[in-house]
Ligand binder design. Structure first.
Ligand code: IPE
Ligand code: IPE
Ligand code: MG
Length: 626
């Protein structure tokens, strides 16, 4: 796909030196065209998504207008895809089975298009491009799409808990993709852990508003998407609704539900500490949902005949100040627009050449990881039980060598094989982020012979390029000014050469220290405050995370240490604040890929509550996936 990226056009202006490869383009106000590119089919696909959004859902369209131009095409594509699937499920010209089959065919088509890197259907074409460009986890949408497919058989909810599980299963994955998009653009929408419940409530409010608005259309099809528990509080309301009769019971029910919806969409603390850009979008969404609920309440009996629309003046009252606020919020925010990346397994032939020839993205064909000699295969781990980010303290090399009467450096060399094994296992099982601790800021205390041998082993590893043909993006994290220049350059070169790969992101921490990282983030924040870019009284966790040296490193879900030591040794303190901890006794050089898989399975059995009191029985490995 010949996609013009802002990186292509701006690389010359960023003045990168040969030792410092360009990062993805950092732009202030790139417009949609910068990311939809010059490919006419792709541009037409995005235009269609935009038209569909504007025509079918002007309110969502207005909300999307509040995000920077460079992010809008992705939002239109996501919206249009969700809408396309809903339309297939709702088409009453077909039987329930036919509709389910059509949705299923759309899902299968998406899988095929993703594998091919381009879609035959224009909406999917835009969606696949969006996913590849922004590295969005479309696998996370599968559950949401299957909910829509199964909706075709009709839904009855006994209580609010069942209703909530359904609504969140459908809505949350789409919202999560938008959050991912902001993440990738360098504006992480950090939700404070104590706000997660509020976030899910907000989505419940969104869903309830939608259902109340579309009551007439749903009833015409015999659907009543409200829980029995709510209906039963107003005897007769269910029969009246299904019979199309406005009654006192129906009026009482709608009054109660609109009040509930208002409470749910009003979560004032939700956006505290959030970047003002996404915060404005969420606050505006809440304002528009409230205006919509006002319209539902004012509709009276007409609610059973037509979808109420809020008064234009009420919408303007929310949107006009929001436009000003968001323009201001984004003006000072540089965005990171990733270069287009190839689909898994197939390199992009037209990858932009922006550095010296030897650091161009690798164009050798990617291959799957070599199988383990024993033939063992990875376990199947359900998506909602899979950690997104595993971090490993690879400990025990020295003792492993000493036990064998070998010098310590022999242990470090043996540890390299264990890392290869782990990376192969991670690729096989589909892990997205793996971060390994290779050398700490404290390890300089070791004698110079051991330090020299360790750094030499790293040089040789980089020269050998063991992941050359694997779908591995290599990144380095650590203190920038102490490692030997040749090692830094080799690290930067491999970082750059693999930057368009999207299978597994392998972050290698060399001369890394968690306190050093936090100290540097604090210094960066202080500089921003001194420059007047940030108000010290309003610094939130999201601001801090954005000023970390590697702001796109996700939170660690699972932290594993080998070597029979139960401590963290200054590893990823910010990112591991809520990690599940896992310790094993064997020395790192003895690790095989199945040890990683065992760690993943153990993680899947953990109950993560993130501070909430989650009810028994609720899957807890990734509570946010609902
Ligand atoms: C971990 O193994 C690797 C590095 C610290 C570089 P060690 O070298 O710490 O091994 P032990 O803990 O002494 O056995
Ligand atoms: C942590 O291990 C660092 C790495 C694995 C690279 P150490 O062996 O250096 O940690 P301590 O000294 O046991 O805390
Ligand atoms: Mg050690």
């Amino acid at each position: 796909m010949n996609v013009h990226t802002t990186e292509d056009s701006s690389s010359g202006h960023h003045g990168t030196s040969p030792t410092e490869p360009p990062r993805p383009a950092v732009v202030g106000r790139a417009g949609p065209r910068a990311v939809t590119g010059e490919d006419p089919a792709l541009r037409a696909a995005y235009r269609l998504c935009r038209r569909l959004t504007r025509r079918e859902d002007p309110v969502q369209y207005a909300l999307i207008q509040l995000v920077p131009g460079a992010l809008r095409p992705a939002c239109w594509a996501l919206w249009a895809a969700a809408n396309a699937v809903d339309d297939l499920a709702d088409d009453r010209g077909a039987t329930a089975d036919e509709r389910a089959a059509r949705v299923e065919a759309w899902i299968t088509g998406l899988d095929q298009d993703l594998a091919a890197g381009a879609g035959t259907d224009p909406v999917r074409h835009a969606l696949v491009d969006t996913a590849l460009r922004w590295d969005l986890d479309l696998g996370g949408l599968r559950g949401a799409l299957e909910v829509v497919r199964d909706d075709t058989a009709g839904r009855v909810f006994a209580d609010w808990a069942a209703w909530r599980a359904w609504g969140r299963g459908n809505l949350l994955p789409w919202f999560e993709r938008v959050r991912e998009l902001f993440d990738r653009a360098g504006v992480p929408v950090a939700l404070r852990l104590d706000h997660l419940d509020g976030y899910e409530r907000f989505l419940d409010g969104f869903r309830l508003t939608d259902i109340l608005t579309d009551l007439a259309a749903d009833l015409a099809q015999g659907d009543l998407l409200l829980p029995r528990e709510a209906l039963e509080r107003f005897p007769g309301a269910e029969e009246d609704l299904l019979g199309g009769r406005w009654s006192e019971a129906v009026a009482g029910l709608t009054a109660e539900l609109t009040a509930l919806g208002r409470r749910w969409v009003t979560q004032p603390r939700l956006t505290h500490g959030m970047h003002p850009g996404p915060a404005t979008v969420l606050d505006t969404m809440a304002g528009l949902l409230t205006a919509q609920l006002d319209a539902v309440e004012a509709a009276g009996p007409t609610l059973l005949r037509t979808a109420p629309r809020p008064r234009p003046a009420a919408v303007a009252r929310v949107l006009v100040p929001a436009r000003l606020r968001s323009a201001l919020a984004w003006r000072l925010t540089p965005l990171t627009i990733p270069p287009h990346r190839p689909r898994a397994g197939v390199p992009r032939a037209t990858a932009p050449a922006v550095l010296a020839p030897d650091s161009r993205p690798s164009t050798t064909a990617l291959r799957p990881p070599p199988a383990h000699p024993s033939g063992i295969r990875p376990p199947r781990i359900p998506a909602d039980r899979m950690p997104r980010h595993v971090a490993i303290i690879m400990d025990g090399n020295g003792r492993w060598a000493e036990q064998r009467g070998l010098p310590r450096h022999a242990g470090h060399r043996a540890g390299v094989r264990a890392l290869h094994e782990t990376v192969h296992g991670a690729l096989e099982v589909g892990l997205r982020h793996l971060t390994v601790y290779a050398f700490s800021t404290e390890n300089w205390k070791r004698d110079s012979e051991e330090v020299g041998a360790l750094l030499q082993a790293m040089r040789e590893e980089l020269d050998d390029d063991p992941y050359g043909e694997l779908d591995v993006r290599l990144r380095w994290a650590g203190k920038p000014d102490r490692l030997p220049a040749d090692l830094m350059e080799a690290l930067r070169r491999r970082e750059h050469a693999t930057r368009t790969r999207g299978g597994l992101t392998l972050t290698v921490c060399v001369d890394y220290g968690g306190r050093d990282e936090i100290t540097r983030a604090s210094a960066a924040l202080a500089r921003a405050a001194r420059a007047g870019e940030i108000d010290p009284d309003r610094i939130g966790e999201g601001d801090f995370a954005r000023h970390l040296p590697d702001p796109d490193l996700p939170d660690v879900d699972l932290l594993w240490r080998t070597g029979k030591e139960w401590r963290l040794s200054n590893f990823l303190p910010w990112h591991s604040a809520y990690a599940e901890l896992y310790f094993t006794d064997h020395a790192w050089p003895d690790v095989e890929r199945h040890h990683l898989w065992e760690a993943l399975v153990a993680y899947g059995e953990r109950r993560r509550r993130l501070g909430a009191a989650s009810p028994p029985g609720r899957p807890a490995a990734r509570p946010r996936q609902g």
